[in-house]
Write a protein that binds this ligand. Structure first.
Ligand code: SF4
Length: 477
């Protein structure tokens, strides 16, 4: 099936882009086995453009010259690359930390919750009517946190008086903002039933709105429900369904602990003794079919048989014995893949730009590549600098603030050179503090090197662009 409307692409509702028919493969918690990699690579070999893309919800996207046939879609279902319930397959991917279950700092393994929620969705076809933007996340308190990723509902593990609970977070803010902690503690064995009740009330609301207004072109978003009903009323309805209370019982200032995003790159010990995971840099989230096949083979031969995609569009190979680390690192190098946290690509994100999106004012992918190449040649980064290229102000590739943000702007004269607005760190807008209203795309590489040098020199003293840490510190855990 193929759509030309402005919806999120899925396998059963592929969309048309300038560079092919775009299908999104939803992989709960971003996990893909080596067998699934083989099946996917075969299809990409036959119909695709040779490239596979990781999204910021740890899905995979492929571009094909023709719509995928029913037989292929059924094969994908057989390999669990697509949900057995085609309508549910369009819902946003279920997010978890890429180090769920293997992270030394984690309070609880969230993978079983992801699997249970996915099964719940498959078995509850009445939830098909929800907006496909409905998004759920489980954060187990790992070093690699996903608590700040934009989600409608997030369950974040906390330890209170020696017991593990999940603190309920709801997406109270605007598009792209982190969900807010409510201080409502939910015991692990009640998480799925609470989530089920939250989704059922959202479904009732959706049905009511669609029945009231037949001219609605899409189901209401979750944040519209929260604005319309208010959190208090919404939770009252959920409590009625559950038959018990969801009262806040958590102090608002629990310490967050040391948590980070980009430290997943490189070699790290797992909580399982003697095993390690390797975080691999995937430039702009794009990987060739040969590389994906190679990564899948490495996971099968030396790891736990699966890869994990990250919401930062990189990838992990897990469960590698210490004795095999050098060998795997060499094989990754032979595949043309870096595991260095200093690689500029480790923290550069770019939306699809004008080749993949009609709304784009700039060639974000091409410009990001030029900046990364220039950085590689001109500066040695001692820590990843998160640079975000957005072709317009919708910010699809990254919703959270970055160290440096470049936003494509419309030119009066289409024949004039492309320009970006430049932002750094925190500021009055989602993108940060504006430092240039217009900057020519061709001059960006030199500018980014200058900004990176300033950042590296001054970061330890005053954190010139202070952003992510400050943002994270605000999250109540
Ligand atoms: S940020 Fe704008 S240009 Fe980029 S993919 Fe989203 S809508 Fe398109």
């Amino acid at each position: 099936m193929q759509s030309t409307t402005a919806i999120c692409p899925s396998l059963f509702n592929a969309t048309t882009a300038q560079d092919g028919i775009l299908s999104r493969i939803r992989l709960p918690a971003g996990m893909i086995t080596s067998t699934q990699c083989e099946a996917l690579v075969q299809v990409v070999n036959q119909f695709g453009n040779g490239e596979i893309q990781i999204t910021n919800r740890a899905n995979l996207q492929i571009r094909t010259s023709q719509a995928l046939s029913l037989e292929i879609l059924q094969d994908f279902q057989d390999y669990a690359l697509a949900s057995s319930n085609a309508k549910i397959d369009g819902l946003r991917n279920i997010m978890a930390s890429p180090t769920a279950g293997i992270d030394i700092q984690a309070k609880i393994n969230t993978i079983p919750f992801v699997k249970q929620w996915n099964l719940y969705l498959v078995n509850h076809s009445e939830l098909e009517i929800l907006s496909n933007k409905f998004s759920v996340c489980f954060d187990g308190g790992e070093t690699i946190s996903v608590c700040d990723r934009p989600n409608d509902i997030c369950f974040a593990a906390v330890e209170v008086n020696g017991k593990i609970y999940f603190n309920l977070h709801l997406g109270l803010g605007d598009r792209g903002e982190s969900p807010s902690a409510l201080g409502i503690l939910i015991s692990p064995n009640q998480v799925i039933e609470v989530l089920g009740a939250l989704a059922e009330i959202y479904r009732d609301y959706t049905e009511q709105k669609l029945n009231q207004n037949h001219s609605l072109t899409r189901p209401p978003r979750f944040r519209e429900l929260l604005k319309d009903l208010g959190v208090e009323r919404y939770l009252e309805l959920v409590e009625d369904k559950l038959g018990y209370s969801l009262s806040p019982s958590l102090p608002s200032t629990l310490p967050l602990g040391a948590r980070s995003s980009y430290t997943h790159i490189g070699i790290h010990a797992q909580r399982q003794s003697g095993l390690f995971y390797i975080g691999v840099v995937i430039p702009l989230g794009r990987i060739t079919h040969r590389q994906l096949q190679g990564l899948g083979d490495l996971a099968k031969q030396y790891g736990g048989g699966a890869l994990r995609l990250t919401p930062w569009q990189n990838m992990l190979i897990t469960d590698i014995a210490e004795a095999n680390i050098e060998l795997v690192t060499q094989e990754l190098n032979d595949l043309g893949l870096s595991i260095s946290v200093n690689n500029p690509y480790s923290a550069i994100a770019a939306c699809s730009g004008y080749k993949g999106c009609k709304a784009a004012f700039t060639d974000t992918q091409g410009d990001a590549k030029k900046v990364a190449t220039y950085l590689e040649n001109c500066i040695k980064l001692d820590y990843p600098i998160n640079i975000h290229f957005s072709g317009c102000d919708k910010s699809c590739a990254q919703h959270h603030p970055s160290d440096i943000a470049l936003v494509g702007i419309q030119r009066q004269d289409p024949n004039s050179p492309e320009v970006y607005r430049v932002y750094v760190g925190d500021g009055d807008t989602n993108f940060g503090r504006e430092i240039y209203a217009e900057y020519a795309a061709k001059d960006l590489p030199a500018l980014i090197v200058q900004l990176s040098q300033v950042y590296q020199n001054q970061r330890s003293e005053s954190n010139l662009f202070k952003n992510n840490k400050a943002k994270n510190d605000k999250i109540q855990r």
